[in-house]
Design a protein. Structure first.
Length: 335
């Protein structure tokens, strides 16, 4: 044996190999957990958006079909990440989650395409799912697959001489790759955590100043001198508020009794009363008292609402749609 040769026993080499393989198995398990968690959360977020689309957003111009595209893209990315675990798809999923969250916060803060989002439980849930999906997908996207020991199998028994140079170099390269992968994984985890905290902070700040709450009547009382009026829309004379926005009634309501509270009243804003009858308004006006004590205007006994999906006067996006538990209709002024 050369003087500087380092004896390597079969047992020590076997133990080193087993330790390495155990570490590789742990990294594979970690990647699988990231893969399943990230994909599952992305699919869950798509499910929430699908529910929002089906229960209100599908009737909103531009926003409706954008919501549908968002649902399809989120579901597709989640399934692809779950099926393949590839870093490229994980990166696309993480970026998609951040962009979706950004779109939601922008819509809440300033509005998109003439529509301003309201703060609802479903919207907040979707936002949280997107932040939670981003973190594991981002880590999965930047961490490498665990390298595998190949070609280092020694079948000789008893004491072994120092491994050949090519074997030593290969082992050194694998160890270096393992350390790099571990370092990259830690850095990715820290980076994803920092971005997630920033996203949650922005979300909290934006939602704190957004429109939302219990679904009561904003202001609690109609302005003095406010009146309902008739408005011509598509050749029909429809009931509208003082700003010309179409008003609706809910088929599920009972005469002089509203059933629209919570998220329903955020999408369908109760019309505050009492109001006077403007030109062309021939039906009987009245008011009812909501659970919170506010007065809501009625027309021929039907509680009145405006729809958040109408961007301005002369629109009837809420007419004859099945949302929030029942059908909604506009009101001809002669009704």
């Amino acid at each position: 044996m050369p003087v500087n040769a380092r004896p390597v026993t079969g047992v020590s080499l076997l133990m080193t190999t087993q330790t390495w393989l155990a570490g590789g198995a742990q990294r594979l398990q970690a990647r699988l957990l990231l893969r399943v968690t990230g994909a599952g959360l992305l699919i869950a977020s798509a499910g929430v958006h699908l529910d929002l689309y089906a229960t209100g957003y599908r009737t909103i111009p531009t926003i409706g079909w954008l919501f549908l595209i968002q649902v399809i893209a989120g579901l597709a990315l989640g399934l692809v990440v779950l099926a393949t675990g590839r870093r490229l798809f994980a990166a696309a999923g993480a970026l998609f989650a951040l962009l979706t969250l950004g779109g939601y916060l922008l819509s809440v803060q300033v509005g998109l395409f003439g529509f301003r989002e309201v703060r609802t439980t479903a919207g907040i849930t979707a936002g949280l799912l997107e932040v939670m999906a981003f973190a594991p997908l981002a880590v999965l996207a930047v961490t490498q697959r665990a390298p595998v020991w190949c070609g280092l199998r020694y079948k000789r028994h008893g004491p072994l001489q120092e491994a050949p140079p090519q074997a030593r170099n290969r082992r050194a390269g694998l160890v270096s790759a393992a350390l790099t992968a571990r370092l990259t994984g830690r850095q990715a985890g820290i980076g994803a955590a920092v971005v997630s905290v920033i996203a949650l902070s922005l979300m909290a700040g934006v939602l704190a100043g957004s429109v939302g709450g219990t679904g009561g009547i904003s202001g609690g009382q109609a302005a003095v001198g406010s009146a309902l009026r008739s408005n011509s829309v598509g050749g029909r004379m429809l009931l509208a508020n003082a700003d010309g926005r179409t008003v609706y009634y809910f088929a599920a309501d009972r005469p002089d009794k509203t059933t629209c509270y919570g998220d329903c009243a955020l999408y369908w804003t109760p019309v505050a009363g009492p109001l006077s009858a403007g030109p062309g308004v021939t039906g009987k006006l009245g008011t009812i008292r909501r659970n919170g004590g506010e007065l809501q205007e009625t027309y021929n006994g039907r509680p009145l609402y405006t729809y958040v999906g109408d961007n301005g006067p002369g629109q009837t996006n809420g007419n004859d749609v099945d949302l929030n538990g029942g059908y909604w209709y506009d009101l001809p002024v002669s009704g």
